[in-house]
Design a protein around this ligand. Sequence first.
Ligand SMILES: Cc1cc2nc3c(=O)[nH]c(=O)nc-3n(C[C@H](O)[C@H](O)[C@H](O)COP(=O)(O)OP(=O)(O)OC[C@H]3O[C@@H](n4cnc5c(N)ncnc54)[C@H](O)[C@@H]3O)c2cc1C
Length: 449
Amino acid sequence: MDIVVIGAVAGGATVSSQLRRFLPDANITVIGRDSRMGFATCGMPYVLGGLVDSMDSLVSVTPELFAEQKSIDVRLGFESIRIDRVDKQVLVRELGTGRTESLYYDKLVLSPGGTARKPEIPGSPSIPIFTLRHFDDMVNFEEYLKKERPQRGLVIGGGFIGVELAENFRHLGIRTELVEHNGHVMPIADPDMSVLLEEEMEKNGVVLHLGREVDTLDGDRIVLDDGTEIRADFIAAAVGLEPNTDLAEQAGLGIGPTGGIGTDRFMRTSDPDIYAIGDAAEGRDWFTGKPKRVPLAWAAHREAFIAASHIAGGKTEMDGLLGTSITKLFSLTAGMTGMAEKMLNEEKMPYETIVHESRSNAGYYPDNGKLRLKIHYDPDTRAILGAQAVGEKGADKRIDIIATAIRGRLTMDDLAALEIAYSPAYSSPKDPVNMAGYKSMERPGKQQE
Ligand SMILES: Cc1cc2nc3c(=O)[nH]c(=O)nc-3n(C[C@H](O)[C@H](O)[C@H](O)COP(=O)(O)OP(=O)(O)OC[C@H]3O[C@@H](n4cnc5c(N)ncnc54)[C@H](O)[C@@H]3O)c2cc1C
């Protein structure tokens, strides 16, 4: 069987490895536009901030290793420019030489990721505007930071990448301001949870401009829509991602309402011989079954397994996505899974909420931290609908427990009953997860009164 994979980073590298495991005799060719394959995109902000001291440590696989160990032909510096679904050919071009070649496929997997959006700001800037998506974006940005040693940076966008960049610029001693057009950073979270992150950012010297947009940019002078003026040596734009659907559109494949390539539960597109995975693909929401895109690494890796297994004859289906995510922000960790208030309100789903504030583990134990855990649940069935945790320690563990509980269709009563490992360094005899479950219960006997 001839299999061609487009994209050689998260989804592309994983799906080709899985395919080799399942299909020892298949001819597998991977086409990638970037200068590196399978690199750890998520580590790039920490390279810029100097926490990770070598960008090469983000690259653990190479085309040579894939050729030698897996007999997979990875061609970097190539891009796919057209899909011919009738003759089952992909036209690829070598970027350095312009040379083109057609590759035949029995099965084609698209994992082309997305393109970082660039804010359109009127004016004539004299300062560089960076985005961070590809390995070479990081190389250029790092070179600038090392060579120019800028003093003042502006981040546009207060989502995951924007807040991580702001933290890393502060590590470099850069005076950092952040503009977010929503009223809060991390706008997918509930506002009361985002406020904790905003306080932490301000405590660490990040100047926030919330509910504001950049109006004009002349020279190094940035004017916001309320007239505020900011001077910066550079801008880092983290204002979202456009899924790369051009190839799919040109080939006439179905594009879903979220703008991603439409897929079924086996990650097949509208052409059963073409699969789409990762940031470019559209999946489904765990609760509503409605189209949903989760441009995060877990989804890309899981979808890679589902597609590879289906090509090999397996029948494992892609379940709905919860959008479980986590980020570190100075001394805090913020995690979430499932539905947040905004989504519940949009879907008109009835819910009740428990907020439990406590220490992460025994308060007398030296290494403990503040933790705020918030859980939304269905008042009738008591099914857990979503959770968020922000804290100095232990937010990751609680979010992962609750993501597991949602997948196992546990209720708030089950949370109280979970037998969670306890010793003073890690938890309390009643873990915050147990406590949230207990707090949601009615007083025993109340219903009979
Ligand atoms: C700065 C940053 C931090 C992140 N941090 C996290 C995190 O902490 N946690 C998390 O879960 N996720 C994180 N993500 C998201 C995660 O990296 C992505 O979800 C994941 O990489 C998506 O995998 P993918 O295969 O769909 O796309 P990518 O990994 O982007 O790979 C797509 C590749 O396809 C190439 N390509 C596109 N079109 C073509 C074509 N026509 N021909 C050939 N090649 C093509 C692209 O150039 C690219 O190399 C982060 C992303 C960024 C940018």
